[in-house]
Design a protein around this ligand. Structure first.
Ligand SMILES: [Zn+2]
Length: 131
C-alpha cells in the first residue's frame, strides 16, 4: 500500500474496503480484509445483501458470522454497462439467476470484449426461481 506523499493523503479519504473473498467447499463465503484495510460497518449490510442475492447462506466476516436467510424468490433485472466497449448487459431470466447462484457471483467479464465488468446492479422484482 502507499504509505507516504500526496497519494497516501488521497488514499486516506477513500471510504472503501479492500476485501478478499474465498468460497468454501460447502458454498459459504469467507471475507478477509486485505492488509491495511478493514471492513467498514456501513459496507456490511451491502455485502450481506449481495451475498444473499448471489445465493450464499452463510458469510464469515472478519469479526462475525452471518447466517443469511435464503430467499430464492428475490430476483430481478441485473444490469451493467461495460466500461471498455460500452455494451449494456441485462438479464432477468431464470437460467441467468440459476447460473449466478450456482457460481456465487455475477458474470465477471464482458461477453463482447472480454474485459472485466463492474458489479451488476439489480432492480428487484418478485419472480420465482423454479428448481
Ligand atoms: Zn465490453
Amino acid at each position: 500500500m502507499i504509505s507516504g506523499g500526496p497519494a497516501a493523503m488521497q488514499l486516506g479519504r477513500v471510504r472503501a474496503s479492500l476485501l478478499d473473498f474465498y468460497i468454501t467447499e460447502s458454498d459459504e463465503l469467507i471475507v478477509e480484509a486485505v492488509s491495511g484495510s478493514s471492513l467498514r460497518e456501513e459496507h456490511v449490510e451491502i455485502l450481506v445483501d449481495w451475498a444473499r442475492t448471489v445465493g450464499y447462506e452463510r458469510i464469515w466476516l472478519p469479526d462475525q458470522v452471518v447466517d443469511i436467510e435464503a430467499d430464492p424468490a428475490i430476483v430481478g433485472v441485473a444490469k451493467v454497462n461495460c466500461r471498455t466497449c460500452g455494451a449494456r448487459w441485462e438479464d432477468s431470466s431464470t437460467d441467468f439467476w440459476l447460473k449466478v447462484r450456482d457460481n456465487g457471483f455475477f458474470p465477471a467479464s464482458c461477453p463482447a470484449c472480454g474485459d472485466s465488468l463492474p458489479e451488476m446492479t439489480v432492480e428487484a422484482e418478485q419472480a420465482r426461481l423454479t428448481h
